[in-house]
Ligand binder design. Structure first.
Ligand SMILES: [Zn+2]
Length: 234
């Protein structure tokens, strides 16, 4: 199985490929200042990387009683599903409760969607997201490697979901039965509250089907952000 270094390389390789693809086959024109936006998102990325690395080290200590070696495949699948359900649930809560929305709305305030939007996350959110991940991981008997694998998968899928990238419709429709795709996630960044309050999935799209929060994909969306700009989603 992959080690920690390999999953890190997978994430950086995915980001590099998506950045080149965005520059080559963009789906939309940029609507706001690119250098300013990218500097802001890069700063948030560096901050998240620091917090994430610290959290991962602490988590490795908390989960140290669990096996160090990668466990069996069925256990990896259980951990990935459990952590993704947790990500879905915490995302729903971030939209339902005003206190949590106060931080999450930074992500939704972006009026231009591209790979960098993935990293437009308020660092304070980590204060409740990380404990949730640690508790669920401990309940599942997960080790830090399995959690690292899920985080890598989440980053890759979310980077694709935000990408400003022309993609063929038929494969994306097929992929959307299992994974979050750009067309599905774009509805989540709609200024219309009934669409923004849907498609909460992070990696797998079937949670939205199961819990009745799915908005069907609609191609060629051009308008994203908040309405009003400081508004709540509800
Ligand atoms: Zn959201």
């Amino acid at each position: 199985m992959m080690d920690e270094l390999t999953t890190d390389r997978l994430v950086y390789a995915t980001l590099a490929v998506l950045l080149v693809a965005e520059a080559t086959w963009p789906a939309r024109g940029e609507t706001s200042s690119m250098p300013r936006r990218w500097c802001f998102h890069a700063a948030l990325f560096v901050l998240a990387l620091g917090i994430g690395t610290l959290g991962y080290r602490l988590m490795a200590l908390v989960l140290s009683d669990t096996p160090i070696a990668p466990p069996r495949l069925w256990h990896v699948v259980v951990v990935v599903l459990a952590l993704d359900l947790t990500a879905y649930a915490t995302h729903v809560l971030a939209h339902r409760y005003k206190f949590l929305w106060r931080f999450h709305r930074l992500h939704h305030a972006d009026e231009t969607l591209d790979v960098s939007t993935t990293f437009r996350q308020h660092p304070v959110q980590q204060l409740w997201l990380m404990p949730c991940v640690v508790v669920v991981a401990a309940v599942c008997g997960a080790n830090a490697w399995e959690v690292g694998l899920y985080v890598a998968l989440q980053l890759c899928v979310q980077a694709l979901a935000h990408a400003n990238l022309w993609l063929p419709a038929a494969p994306m429709t097929a992929l959307g039965w299992v994974f979050i795709t750009p067309e599905l996630h774009q509805a989540h960044h709609s200024p219309e509250p009934h669409e923004a309050n849907s498609n909460y999935g992070e990696v797998f799209s079937f949670w939205d089907r199961i819990f009745g929060t799915r908005t069907p994909p609609m191609p060629n969306r051009q308008i994203f952000g908040l309405n009003p700009p400081t508004g709540t989603p509800g």
